[in-house]
Design a protein around this ligand. Structure first.
Ligand code: HEC
Length: 110
């Protein structure tokens, strides 16, 4: 009896240990946000800062950009109705090829 108890106890410890290893990812990002980060680093940091909460070499900070704002700006080069742009310029080229990743980008930037 005592031996069996020891075995059970040992295996549950092992499960806990394995569980914490598996749960210990490098990043605390959801899969969507991780995808958004990839797209952002590939397509946006030429102008925006790597840290989206800071102004970049060309573009303003974009941290917190909503899905509506990203859709308007990236697909049409416009802003959602009533939105006050951070800059009066229209330098940023629309990037309609980003459309499938807008939700992921919004997830990363929020
Ligand atoms: C060629 C440079 C350039 C690239 C590349 C670029 N942007 Fe921009 N972005 C700008 C500039 C400059 C502005 C300021 C408005 C303007 O002049 O168009 C801006 C404005 C924005 C805004 C509006 C900010 C606000 O609140 O007024 C968002 C959101 C944004 N960019 C997101 C992105 C995302 C996401 C990407 C990548 C998919 C990207 N931009 C790629 C230059 C760029």
């Amino acid at each position: 009896m005592g031996g069996l108890r020891k075995v059970l106890f040992g295996s549950s410890l092992l499960t806990v240990a394995l569980g914490s290893v598996a749960g210990c990812g490098q990043e605390r990002l959801s899969p969507g946000a991780a995808r958004g980060r990839q797209v952002y680093l590939a397509q946006c940091v030429a102008c925006h800062a790597i840290d989206p909460s800071k102004p970049g070499p060309v573009g303003p900070a974009v941290k917190g950009a909503s899905r509506e704002l990203l859709e308007a700006k990236l697909l049409k080069g416009t802003y959602p109705p009533g939105y006050k742009p951070k800059r009066p310029t229209t330098i940023m080229p629309p990037q309609p090829q980003i459309a499938p990743d807008i939700a992921a980008l919004a997830d990363f930037l929020k």
